[in-house]
Design a protein around this ligand. Sequence first.
Ligand code: ADP
Length: 408
Amino acid sequence: MNVLVVNAGSSSLKYQLINTDTEVAYAKGLCEKIGAPDSSITHKNLIKGTKLEKAAAMPDHAEAMKYVIESLTDAEYGCIGSMDEIDAIGHRVVHGGPYFTDSTLLTKEIFEKLQLCKAFAPLHTEAHIMGINGCTAVMPDKPQVLVFDTAFHKTMPMEAYFYALPYEYYEKYSIRRYGAHGTSHRFVSAEMAKILGKPIEETKIVTCHIGNGSSITAVLGGKVIDTSMGLTPLAGVEMGTRCGDIDPSVVTYIMEKENLTPAQMDHIMNKKSGFLGVSGVDSDSRALEATIAKGPSDPSYARAKLAVDILCHGIKKYIGSYAALMNGLDAVVFTAGIGENNASLRESVCENMEFLGISFDKKANNENAHVSGNTRISTEDSKVAVYVLPTNEELVIARDTAEIAAKA
Ligand code: ADP
């Protein structure tokens, strides 16, 4: 089956065409600045290795989808003859709230229910709806499937997802931990179990998805028992521009002192904090690494180093606490932009963890700073295997979509 995987943002639309029989990705691309005068599309044919970049007028997601189809069927850059060769569409959905715990076929009722998720992720949900509407306008008869980033975390026990606030807020507003990046944690934990060569039911794995947004998950026997992100993707470890876990009283304290509205405080915690806020340099880990490389004489060195140290400290703490929750550990996985590319961060996290059974292989880690395939970075005799595994959320979405669309 050929599945078009769509990841719609408010002004962008990423896509990939994957054949689920062979699990080969034929093409991928990105529509940018949808709704702006300078919108454009970048399309890559992954089989031929060719790339098309062009300005394209995209007032909305439906117009963007027309360009996606045009690129996929283009005589020179395309990979299919016509739209008929697309069998189904799979959408990445960031937050399923309390309403969705599994991937599901899009129906009129499901579309109505999706509107309720706006309460938990307003901007993302709005963007997904635009993406769905765009696909429906261009391909009205194709089955569409929704795959939720929160779904993999549905197995958390109540003590892991419940916040110790008055019970009524859970009942009234469904306030609880939902987690994020579930599709990525699901993919890499399953890959890790295969590498361990044990049935997944017998594995204890901590997966560290460390990118612009980061989350860490304890996967016991293939099921999530805890995860670092919360009601929204603001909780957990420090991120590019997000603060991660802080004492909740800090929020009210700063709001009072600085006379801020909830929206202003939300903006500070989501957009002005993390790497950016601590370092004053940048939200991107590469910029921080470059600053640190200049050495202590650079005026930004100390704060850039502090920003990175806070993240390493946070990841280490989560690994230790999740090992405690699982009564042991078989493997630690690093994935996503930073996890797959930042060797010094992986070393800082994994050094001095011998008590836990981690024997870190510095040489393997440094030689494989940027991985393109599954890579072991612990020694052969390490009790706990440490791996870098490139994530592939699109493949998980394509697999779920093919399975559900075939039944439909
Ligand atoms: P998102 O959460 O937006 O999907 P990514 O997973 O792409 O983010 O991660 C972005 C982070 O990964 C940035 O801090 C960036 O510096 C880092 N990163 C991505 N690619 C590389 C690379 N090739 N080398 C070093 N760092 C990288």
